[in-house]
Structure formats: structure tokens, C-alpha cells
Design a protein around this ligand. Sequence first.
Ligand code: HEC
Length: 134
Amino acid sequence: MKKVLGTIVAVVVLMACGSGEGKKEATATAATETKAVAAAPKPLSENPDYQKGLALVAGSDCLTCHKTSEKLIGPAYKDVAAKYEATESNIKMLASKVIKGGSGVWGAIPMTPHPQIKVEDAEAMVKYVLLLKK
Ligand code: HEC
């Protein structure tokens, strides 16, 4: 018996046997996306105080003497807003000036009185004015 020594090419096929370990797919728990709507400041135009006050101011004679950002006969509303904090006492004080008239704070020209305006409406107007600060 002749032993034929053939070159035995041992091809080692490494079979990558996946170790039967079933990978537990970490089911990406879709973190409930509670989009915390960050307290983003709403645009001024959506503020009810702004809307109400603007309507009252526009319906009265205020804009013949006041502009939002420029001095006319009276101070610019933006400047008034910058001067006063929107506190209750400031709102009341300024509302009473709108009704009774005022002078001496911004210059020599007085603001005409508006006795026909209700306190409540004058306060709404002032709230609007004080919202105009940048
Ligand atoms: C005839 C012109 C005129 C009209 C009309 C007028 N204002 Fe004035 N307003 C002025 C003047 C002038 C001043 C500055 C008075 C001062 O120096 O104290 C002023 C001041 C103000 C101030 C600031 C007061 C202070 O003490 O700082 C507010 C708020 C204001 N006006 C709101 C209004 C509103 C609201 C209306 C409409 C209802 C109005 N104004 C209508 C002329 C006017």
C-alpha cells in the first residue's frame, strides 16, 4: 500500500459560529418625547394686555401726540416703558395722569386730560404702553 503523501492543505475554515447568545437588542425605549415647550416668550401681539391696550389707544386720541418709538408732542411710548416698571402702583399713577392730564415729567408741554376715559381702560392703555419696552 502506497501511501501517497499528498500535501494536505488543511483549509481551516473558521466558521464563525455565533455563540448562540441571543443578543438582546436593547429596545431603544423611545423616550417619550415630552417636548418641554420651554417658556419661550410669546410674541407681544399674542399678549391680551397688549391687544386690549392697543385697541383702546388706537381708538382714542393718544396717537396724535404719541408714537411708539419716536417723540412727538408727548414722549415715545418706548421711552415711557423704559422709565417705569410695570408695577401696579405705576400703572395706577400713570392711568390717573392719562385721565387728569400731566406735565413736567418729560418737558413743559402738558398732556391733555381725558376725563371721559374709564380708569379701567386707562389702566389697560398704560399696561400696553409699558409692554413696549425693548
Ligand atoms: C395733546 C397731546 C397728548 C395726547 C392726546 C395724549 N398725550 Fe400722553 N403725554 C403727552 C405729553 C406732552 C406728555 C408728557 C407729560 C409730562 O411731561 O409730564 C405725555 C405723557 C404721557 C405718559 C407718561 C406720563 C408720565 O408721567 O411719565 C403716558 C403713559 C401717556 N402720556 C399716555 C397717553 C395715553 C394712553 C393717551 C391717550 C388716551 C395720551 N397719552 C394722549 C401728550 C399727549
